[in-house]
Design a protein around this ligand. Sequence first.
Ligand code: ADP
Ligand code: MG
Length: 220
Amino acid sequence: MEIAASVKEASKEYKTGDTVITALQPTTFDFMKKELTLIIGPSGSGKTTLLSLLGCVIFPTTGEVYINNILANSLSEKELARLRLNNIGFVFQSFNLLAPLNAIENVMQPLRLSGISKKEAKLKAEKALAKVNMESRAKSLPKNLSGGQQQRVAIARALVTDPSMMLCDEPTASLDIRSVSIVMEELKMLSDSGKAVFRKTPRCRPSSPSSPGRSGRSSA
Ligand code: ADP
Ligand code: MG
């Protein structure tokens, strides 16, 4: 199985005045394509920090982060922006859809930002919406969609650029139980179709502070 991303002894510390906060202790792990990886641990254990390292949103204090075998630490801001746009899709707990834009316009947005024509962006966005069974709601504004439907639009937006991995930070935390299972099914389907999907979950299991719980693997 292919590796989508790796962290090697990657840690993150924040310094404020004399205090050093360890957000993530040195962590080594390979994230595989075609797998749905769950990152589990109590609040404050470093799950969001680990996702942010994988999303190349922050740099590690020590250690290395590789995305598709590229050492992320060594890239310039511009190269990182390109790596993020081409390889990584983000899904957040709070959906983060743009309120004045309808569903398809939201999904088209990352493509428009990367300079793809309106016509081509629309075609790709329609396909992405169909993957999450939301094509019939393409013209709906976010406020007229349920939480579960908004999250499915957000998933379509994350996958429209065909990223090799999807980072999901508590994607089901704001959803009702029925929507949780639909969204989880869809994330599982995406990992089966070849994407590496990392889903963060707040469910507590005994785990030392500042070290995320072992990532559970659900193979495709
Ligand atoms: P989780 O997502 O598991 O709840 P986080 O990764 O958000 O945990 O945070 C891990 C620890 O690092 C927490 O103690 C948090 O307060 C701290 N932390 C996270 N980001 C920062 C930051 N930018 N500055 C200072 N401390 C931070
Ligand atoms: Mg968090």
